[in-house]
Design a protein around this ligand. Sequence first.
Ligand code: S3P
Length: 179
Amino acid sequence: MSSGNIFLVGMMGAGKTTLGKALAQRLDQEFVDTDRVLVERTGVPVATIFEIEGEEGFRRRESAVLAEIATRENCVIATGGGVVLAESNRRLMRESGTVVYLRARLENLWDRTRHDSTRPLLSTPNPRAKLAELLEARDPLYRDAAHVVVDTGSQSAATLVTRVVAALRGLEPAAGSGP
Ligand code: S3P
């Protein structure tokens, strides 16, 4: 776990990108957003990748980008909400960095995604129910991937950064306790 990479996982609307940028700044590390890399590479929005290649095609591309980014060092990496669906992605993140699950309540997630039309999985007649369904199905996967779980609510990014940094410090072995 010496790569210095920090992977942020969690649902759409959990604030991975906002927190990730602020955390990267605080730690003086590079910020990378896997969705953003995908969009830059393909030249089209995420919704278009879903339209043309289906979710399966999107997931293939997402896993490839993740594998590539995982080889870098000292990055703060915001991942897409569905990255944990593949067991191989969960293992890769755990083995190549520290994984932080930004856990949010359904109400907060809904507040932050309800006016956003860029997420294809929520383009359904009942997006709130879909969000609830995804949260229930994925919460165990986020936990499985994560070294630490940080609860998010309506606090500022700065407050959250402080809490994440404290949680990460808590993972470090105490000085002098090594072999
Ligand atoms: C997805 C989340 C999105 C994006 C895609 C699929 C998901 O990223 O990768 O729309 O399956 O939860 P964010 O979590 O950044 O919204």
